[in-house]
Design a protein. Structure first.
Length: 62
């Protein structure tokens, strides 16, 4: 069992931005979940899971 938020971390294929979405927000973002908050391009999933040292380099999308 894990505690805390679960994230999906992405790197934008177009502009290179690193960002993350909390998995519990899938319903709120709908089809835009995983898209870059800067340019709107699809991101490449680079990490999925709980908060870890790897997630600190990604900006959270709210």
């Amino acid at each position: 069992m894990t505690w805390g938020a679960q994230y999906m971390c992405y790197t934008c294929k177009k502009c290179g931005k690193k960002y993350k979405y909390a998995i519990d927000l899938i319903g709120d973002f709908g089809a835009d979940f995983g898209k870059c908050p800067v340019c709107g391009a699809d991101g490449e999933l680079t990490y999925e899971g709980p908060v870890s040292p790897e997630t600190s380099e990604y900006e959270e999308v709210e």
